[in-house]
Design a protein around this ligand. Sequence first.
Ligand code: CUA
Length: 373
Amino acid sequence: MRMPLFRRPKRWLALVTGLALASILLTACGENSPSILDPAGPIARSESGVFWTILIIAAVVFVGVEGMLIYSTIRFRARPDSPTPPQTHGNTTVEVIWTVIPAIVLLIVLGVTIRGIFDVSTKPEGKTIEVTAYGHQWWWEFYYPEYKMTTADSLVIPPNTNVHVKLYSNNVIHSFWVPQLTGKTDVIPGHDNEKWFSSDKADMTYEGICAEYCGTQHANMRFNVVVTKDNNAYLSWAQKQQQAAAVPAPGSLEAKGQEIFKNQCTTCHGIVGVSDETPYLKDPNPMGQCDDPTKENGCLIGPNLTHFGSRDLIAGGVLKNNIEACQPGGDLSNCNLAKWISNPQGVKPGNDMAVNVSNEDLPALIAYLESLK
Ligand code: CUA
């Protein structure tokens, strides 16, 4: 007697194939997964245009060729007593046709690709803001030369404005990628790369990714591109970022936190108005040599924290800065900043952060950092 499992192999085959295909389709359906097929700016639209053009041409060629193949295999299959079919070898007309058609198809693909290359590498017309993106291991730092300020994890930009990004690394090769706004560009030590992109949607947040393997936490080297609701909102954000850090009230929990910061964190982090290091009031070395505190360029190992409380991500995008769970005097068990400071190597193994803040000091330090709006 046959085992029931094998009774209908065809049905099983269909089921397994169906599930496999469904899993591929559904993988792309995550609400937050950024997709190049959902472009939000002219550069990304040009890039997805190249993709769609090539996909459609390839699909037509595939269906045409496979269709003819299947048709011929069935229609002209050998039957008993069938004669030898007519031989077409050396037929000039046929040879010319199947040389010319692929050549035309490839020329169209070439044309579309070259146009796309010009689209992404030509300086666009119109208003432009300047940003320098530094790839660290493993987080992104963004320097705004017009405002002499740095931020981390979030690149804030105005809508409908060209963003000119210079890409620097002094460590390993990273790759800057915001799937919905711009394709990948490598961030190479000692090699100046740059790019332009813009968002034509306002009041949006897009996910950015490091797209070049750069060490153990490569997958956790994320950032957000935050598009403000208009240009004024961008300017007021920039103005706020230029100011020195908020000063805590004397005797408050935050004031105690500031003392802990001064004692424990200033080797790697700067807060303008608090620690001596004022990284974002000087131009970082143009080669991006900002990682070594012994260098004279004033740059620090860790992110500038002057306006930490206004950021939406921490730890290179591994955690959300969930301020609502980090209220002073409240329960910190769900506070991501508490998780990060109390066990950085557990959250992101291999990163440079080495702190030893006692459980007693932690609430004050968190209250202080989150108050830095
Ligand atoms: Cu940086 Cu991968």
